[in-house]
Design a protein around this ligand. Structure first.
Ligand code: DOR
Length: 431
């Protein structure tokens, strides 16, 4: 069926476009993007006056937890959370059980996603066997099975030689290496950002340096190997400085930042709410301002949620014992709109670039733009729609969000994947 999206404000950073346009989809392809398109016979017309129409948003860092941790999330629930949040594609991390360090696990995830998923799912293969950081995984096998990147996310690679070899091998398959930058010795089993608040609250601190020394190491390794390094969840001013300096010298590096590191500070930890416990930890305002500025300047390329669902019983414990992570798929867009776009700290074009063309380029996956001939993946956002976050209404099995009860503006109202409407007005469409 043809779909005509009429009269929306189309924002397509790949074409540097921010203008009123009509968008026509036929089958699974975009067929026209013009000022005025007449609806073909039988087309479904979606009126989009006052709405933002963008290429389907891509979240390049989520945890779908399947196989192995289906009590936290499944491919079925996680992709529904993605669709509800306006995302047409997600890249899912390898810290499953079994770990995604073999072709069979990658194939399982892709097959499950085909059968039960509602958005595109791109598996990330493990960097090391069993995420143990000792021996690199069979990267060629993972690439052949369809892994779009390799990463031990959640498990920092402490051995620099292992990281060097991973960069060298991944380069042969043109895969990015996504690095969770954390020196676990410096992090010293900390629970929150090390600073005045951790002292006041009596919670062990994780210094910004635990991230920064690893960013520095990985940038050096990327430089000597020529491999493609992608820094996951950059969260400190020092990381931004190192990134900028390396980029200026031509190191092949890209980076992402999460909505929570862009919009929330460590002050939230004062509640002792375990949903604020995340790795890297929420940072004070000066670090937050630095990552926002780097995103606006294009020094950080992508916004990625690091959606990390945990079962209620996992998080319903003392702060010390709770696992790190917060969910993000269903609040990412309105959080960024409310905290950054509406107050003028980030433009729509900058934000949408970080959710579309940039992650598509980093992962070398389809979509990310609205040029005719491309895949019919589209997101429609209502910049005026205001709603209160209610974790009990999430499609995700994870309710671990510190945003529960917060009023946010700018919610996605339609998600279209390959020409199929998978979400309308916040509801996932089942067929
Ligand atoms: O907070 C986090 N949770 N950070 C990570 O790097 C891993 C993730 C998880 O898997 O729960």
């Amino acid at each position: 069926m043809a779909i005509l999206i009429k009269g929306g404000r189309v924002i397509d950073p790949a074409q540097n476009l921010d203008a009123r346009r009509d968008l026509l989809l036929e089958g699974d392809k975009i067929v026209a993007l013009e000022a005025d398109i007449t609806a073909p016979a039988g087309a479904r017309v979606i009126p989009a006056e006052g709405k933002i129409v963008t290429p389907g948003l891509i979240d390049m860092h989520v945890h779908l937890r399947e196989p192995g941790y289906e009590q936290k999330e499944t491919i079925a629930t996680g992709t529904r959370a993605a669709a509800a949040g306006g995302f047409t594609a997600v890249a899912c991390m390898a810290n499953t059980n079994p770990v995604a360090d073999s072709a069979s696990v990658i194939t399982f995830i892709k097959e499950k996603a085909r059968q039960e998923g509602v958005v595109r799912v791109y598996p990330v293969g493990a960097l090391s066997k069993g995420l143990e950081g000792k021996e690199i995984a069979e990267i060629g096998e993972l690439a052949a099975a369809g892994a779009v990147a390799i990463s031990d996310d959640g498990h920092p690679v402490m051995n620099a030689l292992v990281m060097r070899h991973a960069l060298e091998y991944a380069k042969m398959f043109n895969l990015p290496v996504i690095s969770h930058c954390e020196d676990t010795d410096l992090a010293n089993e900390g629970l929150m950002h090390e600073g005045i608040l951790s002292t006041i609250l009596g919670l062990r601190g994780i210094p910004a340096a635990a991230e920064e020394v690893m960013v520095a190491r990985d940038l050096i390794l990327a430089e000597i190997t020529g491999g493609r390094l992608h820094l996951a969840h950059v969260s400190t001013a020092g990381s931004v400085r190192l990134l900028k300096e390396a980029r200026m010298r031509g190191v092949k590096v890209t980076a992402e930042v999460t909505p929570h590191h862009l919009c929330l500070t460590d002050e939230l930890v004062q509640s002792y709410d375990t949903s604020t416990k995340v790795n890297p930890p929420l940072r004070p305002a000066d670090h937050v301002a630095a990552v926002v500025a780097a995103l606006a300047a294009g020094e950080i390329d992508a916004i990625a949620s690091d959606h990390a669902p945990h079962a209620d019983e996992d998080k319903d414990v003392e702060y010390d014992y709770a696992p790190f992570g917060m969910v993000g798929l269903e609040t990412a867009v309105p959080l960024v709109v409310t905290e950054l776009i509406l107050p003028g700290k980030l433009t729509w074009l900058q934000a949408i670039r970080a959710w579309t063309v940039n992650p598509a380029w980093i992962l070398n996956v389809p979509g990310g733009n609205l040029a005719p001939g491309g895949v019919a993946d589209v997101t429609i956002i209502d910049p005026e729609l205001e709603k209160e976050v209610n974790v009990n209404e999430f499609y995700s099995l994870g309710h671990n969000s510190p945003l529960h009860g917060r009023k946010l503006k700018g919610w996605p109202v339609a998600t279209i994947v390959g020409g199929r409407i998978v979400m309308e007005q916040g509801k996932v469409i089942e067929d």
